[in-house]
Design a protein around this ligand. Structure first.
Ligand SMILES: [Cu+2]
Length: 500
């Protein structure tokens, strides 16, 4: 476990490879073989490589602004865990709380016993107990860990808490032309319930499907006509980057000419974030830790819940800047961090970045076409407004995952080695950060265009839009698929794949 900011100067001499190859030079896309791992119990007498201790403790997010949240090791974010691809590791999950816990290794191709999802059958770390897991980390790149407990209406539970921490898996033969890495974890606190309003999605390309819009709008009209209020949404009062509100943490101190590789994680339970650094641009080299085929430069990074972006910034505009959220209100309430050039003084400055649409396709190879799938699964996502005790109930093909966390039979069945396509259609006006456990998927059709080469584990599906993603069934066992928006997953937006 190391500090969130690390000097990488020692690696500079081996900077011959392109930026796009920094994180995972020899990825063969979906063909990756899952690393061999196990959840076998080691003798408890030998210390584990890492210990993550879950407890409730005070976290100071600004002077005299202390929140009490469940967290890892008494800090927020949880410690950065640096692992080596292919090198087995043991972790003790020590649970000092009164509730059983699931710790999910997001973005890693681990077995069910390790993954951290009760719905798949991962054993809990018992209340006031401990569980030791061992696994082989992979694939390389920026991953993270977080609680996989469902919260329901309890805004102290699930990912509303401080149970989020970054993981970086060193590639076997990494090395890139940057001076250092900075890890940023974006996270809100002090949640409250409110009645939902409109969802803004102007940052995505407009590609709504008329039929989906008609279905969603007529369902909503019918619900409101029955006198139902809008379903609950969650809002927040405090906003942090690396656990501190804007202006109250250590600035990121940089020198002119430095090349900083930012690893940004949206650790939110529910929110989408847009992040900018005035006068600077981001060269996006990896999405969700996976190198993109076409690194492209953008003024703003957009991240749905649980998405990660690795982006290079050339420090070429001396000053003291606010790297912050595009939403003025959220930034004023803390969602930002100061970037300070050596020798520069003064009040941190914010400037609104140029308008820019966030389009995953700009990081794909132009005209690339994916392989055809062996089978396509049709999925339609819909919202039953306020149907579950005032919360929206979410369905996949008409069925909501039960509110209890009991294991239920899988609805989709996979054969090992086959390539599957999910044709996802969103009959709601909400954006859904869709997540598949224990596998990576490839974007194959988005905003009405075919594509290939972008590998992710979370993708934002726009309101009334459709999308296709492919994955190879290469990691046998129960596999959870869900929307990563906590309110959505907790209220039905989950389903299971199994291997037959
Ligand atoms: Cu959702």
């Amino acid at each position: 476990m190391t500090d969130l900011s690390q000097s990488r100067r020692t690696f500079l001499k081996t900077a011959a490879i392109s930026a796009g190859a920094v994180l995972l030079p020899h990825s063969d896309l979906l063909g990756q073989v899952s690393p061999s791992s196990s959840g076998s119990q080691q003798s408890d007498s030998t210390p584990a490589d890492y210990t993550l201790r879950i407890n409730i403790s005070p976290i100071e997010i600004a002077p005299n602004h202390i929140i009490s949240v469940t967290n890892y090791n008494g800090i927020f974010p949880g410690p950065l865990i640096r692992l080596k691809e292919g090198q087995p590791v043991s972790v003790d999950i020590v649970n000092d709380t009164d509730s059983p816990e699931q710790l999910h290794w997001h973005g890693q191709m681990v077995p069910v016993e390790v993954d951290g999802a009760a719905e798949e059958g991962t054993p809990y770390a018992p209340a006031h107990g401990k569980r030791r897991i061992t696994f082989t980390p992979g694939p390389a790149g920026f991953r993270f860990y977080h609680t996989h407990n469902r919260a329901g209406a309890n805004l102290a539970a699930g990912q509303y808490s401080g149970e989020v921490g970054p993981v970086y898996i060193e590639p076997k033969d990494d090395l890139g032309d940057y001076d250092r890495e900075v890890f940023l974890v974006l996270k809100e606190f002090d949640p409250t319930l409110s009645r939902g309003g409109d969802v803004q999605q102007d940052f995505l390309p407009a590609a709504t499907v008329k039929a989906l819009e008609e279905q969603g709008e007529s369902a909503m009209r019918a619900s409101l006509a029955k006198g139902m209020p809008h379903g609950y949404e969650v809002g927040y009062n405090s906003f942090t980057i690396n656990g501190r509100m804007l202006g109250h943490g250590e600035p990121i101190r940089v020198k002119q000419g430095e090349r900083v590789l930012f690893h940004v994680l949206n650790g939110s339970a529910t929110e989408i974030r847009g992040l900018a650094l005035p006068g600077h641009s981001f060269r996006v080299i990896a999405l969700d830790g996976n190198p993109v085929p076409n690194p492209a430069t953008v003024p703003v990074l957009w991240l749905g819940t649980a998405e990660r972006i690795s982006a290079l910034v050339e420090m070429n505009r001396p000053g003291v800047w606010i790297m912050g959220d595009l939403g003025d209100d959220d930034r004023h309430h803390g969602m930002g961090i100061v970037v300070e050039y050596a020798g520069q003084k003064g009040r941190p400055q914010w400037e609104k970045p140029p308008n820019h649409q966030w389009n995953y396709l700009q990081f794909a190879k132009l005209g690339a076409v994916s392989q055809p799938p062996d089978e396509t699964f049709e999925m339609i996502f819909a919202k039953d407004n306020a149907a579950e005790s005032g919360f929206n109930r979410w369905t996949i093909n008409g069925l909501a995952y039960p509110m209890s966390s009991d294991m239920i039979p899988a609805r989709f069945h996979l054969k090992q080695g086959k390539r599957y396509r999910l044709h996802m259609r969103n009959a709601s006006d909400d954006i859904h950060p869709i997540h598949l456990h224990r596998h990576s998927f490839e974007l194959t059709r988005i905003f009405g265009k075919s594509t290939a080469g972008i590998l992710k584990d979370v993708v934002m599906l726009g309101g009334y839009q459709e999308m296709e993603i492919d994955f190879i069934a290469n990691n046998p066992g129960m596999t959870l698929f869900h929307c990563h928006q906590q309110l959505h997953m907790d209220f039905g937006f989950m389903t299971l794949f199994d291997y037959v």
